[in-house]
Design a protein around this ligand. Structure first.
Ligand code: URA
Length: 434
């Protein structure tokens, strides 16, 4: 079998066989196919697409390219959640303790921030001492004991995806439904949970700009999961505006704790409760209304917050911060960004807001950059809000005035102000399930 022939076949829009796809993944992961040939094949896939069978085979091959986690010891209630990436998206910190407090088993591997989007692992490291790496035995033991453990991605989970994603990032081959499906579902299948809830974002802060494209992606991922014997559903959620008010690690952790305390912004609370409800339905076999009520009760009774405190402490973090968030350190410098006119915020370029927070120090420009956990943004006015000249649009937090200058410039470039209130978009566009 030759990679040249496989590229030619896909270039002409022909369907690849299972063994051709498996050959590509195996040999590319082993370093026997050079990046330039892999790039050519990825571009052909972007342009010609894949059949359902090709996507399913590619997903399985990516899953099988490294370790596959066996969670069978934990029973049938294992549940995972994956967001396609957003700005201000701290929902894992809310939903994981909610569903764990209800008896589901959350054995989760999360990522770090990437580009303009934040990552759960970085947020968790805002708790001094939190261990983002556990041995497989300790990881399983913790989930068994307290129902929850969240760590960074294990070194050898879906290594094919690690190589392919890095290549796609620099060859303009990210936005392809079969490639995104196989990348996300390959990792999720390898991570072992029986139930998987996907939060598929659309809008200016997402790589899928329209709800329709996100829906097509979600359907593809849900189908693949079911074909592989998992229960999967997907929420299509709006990322045309950041979720909640806080962007940046400690600021986001504090906001997540507010929601777990029965307060917090309504959009964040609603997306978190909807995700937690889906997770409870799938993993504990509850009806929608019962599941929703259980999740709301977990917050109002304080059970979910108690589970967060237990989880952070169990994984070595300073859990006293979760009980008194005023003990978190704060940034030495802050600046209010002011409106220069009356009107409405008619649009927010959410990707640019994510980049503003990166420039304040909350994210990385290169993968070795050190994060400033205190840096970030508290957004005061969002799309649809009326503003008067001189109103505070947002407060920026950082380590220096120079960083604040850059953050303010980028933040202001992300906003459009106009005279008319824009049409309100739904927060949750659709739920895709079987
Ligand atoms: N996230 C992933 O893990 N993979 C993709 O291809 C896109 C987003």
């Amino acid at each position: 079998m030759h990679i040249y022939d496989i590229i030619t076949k896909k270039k002409h829009g022909e369907e690849l066989t299972d063994s051709e796809i498996e050959f590509f993944i195996k040999e590319y992961t082993a370093g026997n196919i050079p990046d330039y040939q892999a790039s050519a094949l990825l571009m052909a896939v972007c342009l010609k697409g894949c059949t359902d069978n090709e996507t399913a085979t590619l997903t399985q091959a990516i899953c099988d390219s490294g370790d596959v986690v066996d969670l069978s010891l934990l029973g049938d209630g294992t549940v995972d959640k994956h967001s396609t990436g957003g700005v201000g998206d701290k929902t894992t910190l809310i939903v994981a303790p909610i569903v764990a407090s209800l008896g589901a088993k959350v054995a989760k591997m999360s990522g770090r921030g990437l580009g303009h989007t934040g990552g759960t692992v970085d947020k968790l490291e805002s708790f001094p001492g939190y261990k983002t790496s556990l041995s497989p035995e300790d990881f399983l033991k913790q989930v068994k004991r307290i129902g929850i453990a969240v760590i960074g991605q294990s070194g050898n989970l879906a290594p094919a995806d690690k190589k392919l994603y890095a290549l796609r990032d620099v060859t303009a081959t990210v936005d392809s439904i079969p490639l995104i499906t196989s990348s996300i579902m390959g990792k999720k299948l390898a991570a072992g949970s029986q139930s998987i809830v996907l939060d598929v974002k659309y809008g200016s802060g997402s790589f899928m700009k329209s709800a329709e494209a996100s829906e097509a992606l979600a359907r593809c991922m849900v189908d693949i999961g079911y074909k592989r014997g998992r229960r999967v559903s997907a929420l299509i959620t709006n990322m045309d505006v950041p979720l909640g008010h806080a962007v940046g690690n400690i600021l986001e952790v504090k906001e997540a704790i507010e929601v777990l305390s029965g307060k917090g912004p309504t959009d964040l609370r609603e997306v978190a409760l909807s995700l937690a409800t889906e997770m409870t339905k799938l993993s504990l076999g509850k009806e929608a209304l019962t599941a929703r009520r259980m999740c709301e009760d977990a917050i109002s009774s304080g059970k979910a917050l108690k589970k967060l405190v237990e989880w952070i402490g169990e994984q070595g973090g300073d859990s006293s911060l979760a009980l008194d968030t005023s003990k978190f350190p704060s940034a030495p410098c802050k600046r209010e960004v002011l409106a220069d006119r009356d009107g409405y915020i008619t649009a927010m370029n959410t990707e640019a807001i994510g980049l503003a927070s990166v420039s304040l120090g909350a994210g990385r420009v290169t993968k070795d950059d050190v994060i400033d956990f205190t840096a970030g943004i508290i957004i005061e006015k969002k799309t649809g809000d009326a503003v008067r000249a001189g109103d505070v649009l947002a407060t920026l937090y950082s380590s220096s005035e120079e960083r604040l200058d850059e953050g303010e410039r980028v933040y202001l470039s992300a906003l459009t102000l106009g005279d008319d209130r824009p049409e309100e978009l739904p927060l949750i566009h659709n739920v895709i399930s079987k």
